[in-house]
Design a protein around this ligand. Sequence first.
Ligand SMILES: Cc1cc2nc3c(=O)[nH]c(=O)nc-3n(C[C@H](O)[C@H](O)[C@H](O)COP(=O)(O)OP(=O)(O)OC[C@H]3O[C@@H](n4cnc5c(N)ncnc54)[C@H](O)[C@@H]3O)c2cc1C
Ligand code: SF4
Length: 524
Amino acid sequence: MSSRSYLKEIDSRIPYSDPNAFDRSVFVLHDQLNLSVWPDWVREQKPLLIFMESKAKGETLPYHKKKITFVLSSMRHFALECFKAGYPVYYHATDQSFGDGIVEVLEEYEGLSLTYMTPSEWDTRMSIDDVKREFEDRVTEIPNTFFFADVEQWKENIEPGYRMEYFYRDMRKQTGYLMNGDKPIGEKWNYDDENRESLPKGYSVPEVTSFEPDTLTQEVLELVVDRHSDHFGKVEDFRYAVTRKQALQLLDEFIEERLVDFGPYEDAMATDEPTLFHSTLSLYLNNGLLLPWEICERAIKAYENGNAPINSVEGLVRQILGWREFIRIYYEEMMPEVREANFMNFAKGLPELFWSGDTDMHCLQQSLKAVIKQGYSHHIQRLMVLSNFSNLTQTDPRELNRWFWFAYVDAYEWVVLPNVLGMSTFADGGILASKPYVSSGNYINKMSNYCKSCEYSVTKKTGEGACPFNYLYWNFIDEQREAFEVSGRNSFMVNMYDKKSDENKKAIKESTKHFLNQLDRYSG
Ligand SMILES: Cc1cc2nc3c(=O)[nH]c(=O)nc-3n(C[C@H](O)[C@H](O)[C@H](O)COP(=O)(O)OP(=O)(O)OC[C@H]3O[C@@H](n4cnc5c(N)ncnc54)[C@H](O)[C@@H]3O)c2cc1C
Ligand code: SF4
């Protein structure tokens, strides 16, 4: 099938604009879908907008079928909206990379110059960099303005000991968000002590609105089924927003129905509740349909109007203005070497269950079910269930990073890599995080109701039927002393291990050995 066979809807709704009739064009990537952050001249002059679908990019990883659907459908809808708003649009489909696709356009239309915004992802950036060098008099790069922070201002701060908290406080001062002059509103930077609650039994969780696929989306679904049937995840029941209007509807809904409970239950997990009070807005933030300041300012307004408490609003602002921006600066500073980070030298392949979801460990089964079905799970499932298990089973963190990158609908390398190799696996040796994120079954039991329906016993520490997180955790503490010594803070866990009886230590080692021996690893 030619690359255009699945573009019939676009081709029938956007009349062909001959690029020969233009001398200036703007290349809009699939994660830059918002013209309000582009320079004024783009909106004033309405140059030819070039959109591109790269088959090669879709095949670089076995991306979740819903991720490909989301990315392509959002871009097609956006291109159509731009056309309706009076922009000439050229929608290009190529089998090649983005860089080669741009070369195809520039070679065919020799009078055309092209402006593009720095791509967030490294490989796309590199492939377009080559084009910029080859066509230096026709191609212009402009800085990426989809974020709050200026990379150049912050990136030299990234080093061991520079923590998100320092950056976040400076960003609060810079934006004035939740500030009273130089002081944080409420005299506190952080309300975590009011958060971190588990969900009370029977507490009602509002549903997130879902959207029926329209004909544009249906055509993308056909493409995905045809080209990517061997990719990760389920394609059925695609219900994500694919337009700014729909994404704004989800933002309204979050502010009105879930923000109040966002803070208290930010770390909670519950059976068959993959989203709880989380915003689920990362998808739309990461492709530009929503902008980070829009979400923060809506939340702050809700606080000012007395409609949301400070602990929830500060918690949300911290995630977006703090964590999201911080990890992007980290990515800019640490690439590309950080891709190979593996502080603990773990070499085992990814457990097979990350692909199949087949496991009788209820917490894992619940977290994986959400990913396989929707390409989404919330932060604590990513950190304290999936990454925790990967760490405890000595999985190569680069394999885990690859999995998170293709399995989640909101994953792009700039955001997934720092979260996996920096935060959740300690693979960078302590530059981003102060300690490895590992825990025994106790933490999962405290924050969820998973253990109640599990075949394993969370109170049993070793032997048959014991929760695997329990013995795997103590084995990790023993074997990874160095990682805990880096931070100094957690050496008391090492001391606790050392104080265990020889018999207990032997049982931990035996249970661990047995579990790791029978754990299937993915070899695809
Ligand atoms: C191992 C691991 C992998 C992750 N991979 C991704 C990823 O591929 N893409 C992604 O967007 N986020 C990723 N995160 C961060 C975070 O888990 C998700 O942003 C969040 O779960 C998205 O769901 P939400 O929109 O409901 O978030 P909410 O809980 O509602 O938070 C609001 C927003 O804050 C931002 N945010 C919160 N924490 C982070 C963080 N640590 N890094 C960046 N942004 C953050 C997100 O934009 C999110 O939409 C990862 C975290 C971990 C531990
Ligand atoms: S008992 Fe262990 S494996 Fe089972 S749900 Fe609880 S933490 Fe997970």
